[in-house]
Design a protein around this ligand. Sequence first.
Ligand SMILES: Nc1nc2c(c(=O)[nH]1)N[C@H]1C(S)=C(S)[C@@H](COP(=O)(O)O)O[C@H]1N2
Ligand SMILES: [Mo]
Length: 312
Amino acid sequence: MPNVITRPGWYLPEKLATPESVYRNRRRFLKELSIIGTASLFTSTHAAESTAKGYPYPRNTTFAGKDLRITDEEYATGYNNFYEFTTSKTRVKRLTDRFVISPWDLEIAGLVDKPLKTTVDELVASMPLEERVYRFRCVEAWSMIVPWTGFPLSKLIEKVSPKSEAKFIKFTTFHRPEQAPGFAELKNYPWPYTEGLRMDEAMNPLTLVTTGMYGKPLPKQNGAPLRIVVPWKYGYKSIKSVVKIEFVAEQPKTLWESLAPDEYPFESNVNPKVDHPRWSQKTERIIDTGNRINTQMFNGYGEYVAKLYPNS
Ligand SMILES: Nc1nc2c(c(=O)[nH]1)N[C@H]1C(S)=C(S)[C@@H](COP(=O)(O)O)O[C@H]1N2
Ligand SMILES: [Mo]
């Protein structure tokens, strides 16, 4: 059962968790991000050269990506939720130096006819990469607009031929306390971080296996070398630094669901009409400008996904 100690950080009211003044003011943001941690200015945060091949990839504008104002890259890559490193969003970036992202083994297992043990480099080389500009909405009521690079998860699913009993996909993140200080900080969390999707959600063309952003390989703090991006769901469904993808018959228990099922249920579609138990979900703050805008049902992707949820 969840208790006070194991509550996720964003159990705090948003105003306490993320002082708005810090993110409203660019100079203060940059100060917090890099002047305090001067060393990080000189550290490359991008993936190894081998995975950098071909960037930038052509943009696919099919999914409402044309008129969106892209978030300042420094904010999208400097204000991160990645609890394996720390709960402080502006400190994640400089705590990733010991995190080894290459080579990176990836296992695709469970109820499939063709299970796969591969590396990210090998897998990505066989996939059609493209860029997609998506809105991204955290459950904490902040948002950004990011050009991700990746390929549809459906392409990977087709490659491994799921059995008919496979109804869900479970994703698992790395568990390496020696490379990431957050594991020790949050000892009571049920690591590793896991997430999941229904098979029809995983097959939806919006669901992206993501290896890059802003025309470059993913920075470590954003989930290198490979993460999932599910743009119509709250950000915690977009699991970072995945090591295992499993096809399963039963709905998997996710990390956040086991910590606080009433607050972070499995489905977690963005919905301005359903408030978080502790704060409103009607509006969201854009991280670089500080402007507050209305949150859209399914984060604006209803055209593509409303049919999956006939009762919403
Ligand atoms: N493995 C892992 N994945 C994760 C998280 C995390 O702490 N660990 N945080 C989630 C949350 S709450 C959000 S909002 C997004 C943040 O992604 P970003 O740092 O690229 O903005 O990652 C999600 N994926
Ligand atoms: Mo989030």
